[in-house]
Design a protein around this ligand. Structure first.
Ligand code: SF4
Length: 741
């Protein structure tokens, strides 16, 4: 008698063998389609859902959460699986466009390293657990009868906004706490503080498309700025006839610098001095007709073109060229950016740069007040490096009893002189909420697997609001892929219902919490729809808009106290190079290094992929006899890193650069043991005014190791025709193609 044999290949393996990806292997209409759930059923497409036409896509509106621009997006979904993301044309931020980083968020969803079950600490390791087991551990510290209160609990996040922020604050209130710490390793707090003090608004609207000339000091608004998709659409209009002119001043060429008409390499940290050189030339001009305080006019005299040239390393005549353009092309717009602000005198640099907008009369024209948000509780929390210092100080006191962490990885991004990792031991209950394990989560006691952004509900408010206020609605684009993942909101509500049943037991889930909150906002939008209609329309459009309101700046006060000093800083003989790490538009602070598309996509300036590299000016390299691929040790007083040399003409000759983003040790197969982490050699220098980490003020030395490796990049040979000594007789655009071709 034949015995029944178990199949040697289960269905999942079968699909793998066929090479059918998760996206293609779909079972629409099955509810939870995962095998692990044990409740899978197959439904024939003979009777599909009303809105499912087999083979045809449907689109759902949602919000990109890859960065804090919160662009409106549309998810193309087929047979229950999200396949591709596009921009949402209803969104005033994205205007129907999306960037590469946004596109890649689909790989958060299908990432093979996603955490699919909770994990709890067992001695030195984390072991898989059920939700009941994980909640039991959490309840021991934070449950119904917990006496933890005030600063004994910390909620550590990135710059969250919307109802995510509101729920976190509700959660902390149930412990009589306001201890929400928001940390961003690449924060904009220096520039924001300057604008707050000068204009009364940290993020005034900067009207790129209305300017005829943009002078940008290291503001990579097309790459890693505050709202790159919005700015790119504005920039496209700026470049339409009559074509606007872009001048970029920065020590290392960014993507925006690569698009500029003129690019000036400047000594890092001296951007404010150059700005004041321009300001001086403007106000001393006989035709200058705007009022600036006499005291300021006098102070600016110290910034004559020769002194400025000496300090900044830029030819003194550049001042005259830029000022001539400023006279000719009005209105202008002057932008301050990360590399100008990340110094000991970062505040003064940003102040001097912003002063140019005032002197040029741009305020009210290309720099205008933002619209006030009628829902201030939803505005993003200010996130900064200072918060990491605050966290460090709190952990030092050993009073913290519980810590929840979401959206940040301070053990990876924290500089080596802030030893968060060791101080974690002082906290008895650490809970990480993540989609994938990272360096910080692996140090925690409980790790909870979250839904991916394309499976989650939420609302968001971007910090940069260019045209009124956009409340961005996030909705799931597909059913959850892994049955044991949960919404962050549902996790908090489980605890809140225990702590404060009177206020929270009415919410069966996070969805109902969000829905109620959105529907309650109806009167502000003067909508006559029913609650159901209002909610459905919000989901369908993906956004709610508060129209722009005219407002005026009331606060502009100029002073001389905040001007950067016109002084030449001596070179450090032990560390003769400026270290200006670059911020890649995709990997950013390393949060996205787990996404293979981003690892694979060539760096726009160098085309290098899957790695870290040391950018060095060809002239400097020649003097030091360094060739491409030579392994260099880059050493600061905090430590050293090793990476391959890449000869890059777009860098100031005394400066070297390594991109942020790589050097992970526990962030999945695509990120681990790849490249190096520049955060670890940053010197303990902070901006004098705000206390923000001076990310671009570190000095380093370079040591040749004698080893060499090929740089993996997409560009062709950098030497013309691989040194074959050919003579070009005709440029490609002059050549007439052969008729036979
Ligand atoms: S700019 Fe940010 S929010 Fe917008 S699509 Fe790109 S990653 Fe997403």
């Amino acid at each position: 008698m034949a015995t029944e044999k178990k199949p040697v290949v289960d269905r999942r393996d079968f699909l793998k063998v066929l090479g059918i990806s998760g996206a293609a292997a779909t079972l629409a209409g099955c509810g939870n389609t995962s095998i692990e759930s044990g409740v899978e059923k197959v439904q024939s497409y003979v009777q599909p859902e009303d809105f499912v036409v087999p083979g045809n896509s449907v689109f759902y509106a949602s919000t990109c959460t890859q960065c804090q621009s919160n662009c409106g997006i549309m998810g193309r979904v087929r047979e229950g699986r999200v396949l591709k993301l596009e921009g949402n044309p209803n969104s005033i931020i994205s205007k129907g466009k999306i960037c590469g980083l946004g596109q890649a968020s689909i790989q958060v969803q299908y990432n093979p390293d996603r955490l699919t079950t909770p994990m709890i600490r067992d001695g030195e390791s984390l072991v898989p657990a059920t939700w009941d087991q994980a909640i039991k551990v959490i309840n021991q510290g934070l449950g119904k009868d917990s006496q933890i209160s005030g600063d004994e609990i910390i909620f550590l996040t990135n710059g969250v906004s919307g109802h995510q922020k509101v729920l976190i604050d509700n959660f902390l209130e149930s412990y009589n706490s306001k201890n929400h710490i928001a940390y961003e390793a690449l924060s904009n707090r220096v520039g924001e503080t300057v604008r707050e003090n000068l204009y009364g608004y940290s993020n005034p609207v900067q009207k790129v498309k209305d300017a005829k000339l943009i002078v940008s000091f290291g503001n990579d608004f097309l790459g890693s700025g505050v709202s790159p998709v919005f700015m790119a659409t504005q920039y496209a209009q700026f470049r339409k006839a009559p074509r606007g002119t872009l001048i970029q001043i920065e020590p290392r060429m960014t993507l925006t610098g690569g698009n500029a008409d003129r690019w000036y390499p400047i000594r890092p940290g001296t951007e404010g001095v150059f700005a004041l050189g321009l300001a001086n030339a403007l106000v001393q001009h006989p035709e200058y007709d705007k009022t600036v305080p006499e005291e300021l006019k006098l102070a600016l005299k110290a910034y004559d073109k020769y002194t400025v040239g000496e300090i900044t390393g830029i030819n003194p005549d550049a001042i005259g060229h830029v000022v001539a353009m400023m006279w000719e092309k009005s209105p202008t717009l002057v932008l301050s950016g990360a590399t100008a602000e990340g110094h000991k005198q970062g505040y003064q640099n940003a102040y001097a740069i912003e002063l140019l907008n005032v002197i040029l009369g741009n305020v009210g024209k290309t720099v205008t007040p933002p619209t006030e948000n009628p829902f201030p509780q939803m505005n993003p929390i200010n996130a900064s490096y200072q918060s990491l210092v605050n966290l460090d100080n709190q952990l030092n006191t050993k009073k913290t009893k519980a810590m929840l962490i979401m959206g940040v990885n301070p053990i990876y991004t924290g500089p080596s002189f802030v030893d968060i990792k060791n101080k974690f031991k002082n906290v008895s209950l650490k809970i990480a909420m993540v989609t994938q394990l990272d360096e910080t989560a692996e140090m925690c006691d409980v790790v909870l697997p979250l839904l991916s952004p394309v499976e989650e509900f939420g609302t968001h408010v971007a910090s940069y609001q260019p045209e009124g206020i956009e409340i961005s609605i996030q909705q799931p684009l597909m059913e959850k892929l892994h049955p044991h993942t949960k919404s962050f909101g549902d996790v908090l509500l489980v605890l809140l219902k225990e702590r404060d049943p009177k206020n929270y037991s009415k919410y069966p889930d996070y969805y109902s919490y969000i829905r109620e909150a959105v529907v309650k906002s109806k009167p502000v939008f003067k909508s006559s729809m029913t609650d159901d209609e209002f909610w459905d329309s919000a989901l369908m459009n993906g956004v709610l808009h508060v129209p722009p309101k005219e407002a005026e700046f009331t606060k502009i006060k100029l002073n001389t106290a905040d001007l950067p000093k016109a002084e030449n800083k001596p070179l450090d003989v032990n560390y003769p190079f400026y270290f200006v790490p670059s911020i890649k538009a995709d990997l950013r602070d390393g949060k996205h290094a787990n996404l293979p598309w981003l690892q694979e996509s060539p760096d726009p300036m160098t085309t290098v992929v899957w790695d870290s590299w040391v950018e060095i000016h060809p002239k400097t390299a020649e003097e030091m006899q360094i060739r491409e691929g030579d392994i260099l040790e880059v050493k600061s007083s905090m430590g050293s890193l090793m990476a391959k040399a890449y000869l890059f003409p777009g860098i100031q000759p005394n400066t070297i650069s390594i991109p942020f983003g790589q050097g992970h040790s526990s962030y999945g197969r695509y990120a681990n043991n790849r490249g190096v982490n520049p955060f670890k050699i940053i010197n303990p220098i902070t901006d004098e005014k705000t206390g923000e980490l001076a990310l671009f003020a570190t000095r380093v030395q370079i040591i040749k190791t004698g080893n060499k490796e090929k740089v993996v990049k997409d560009e062709g040979p950098t030497t013309l025709q691989q040194g074959r000594k050919l003579v070009v007789t005709m440029a490609a655009d002059q050549a007439e193609l052969s008729k036979e071709v």
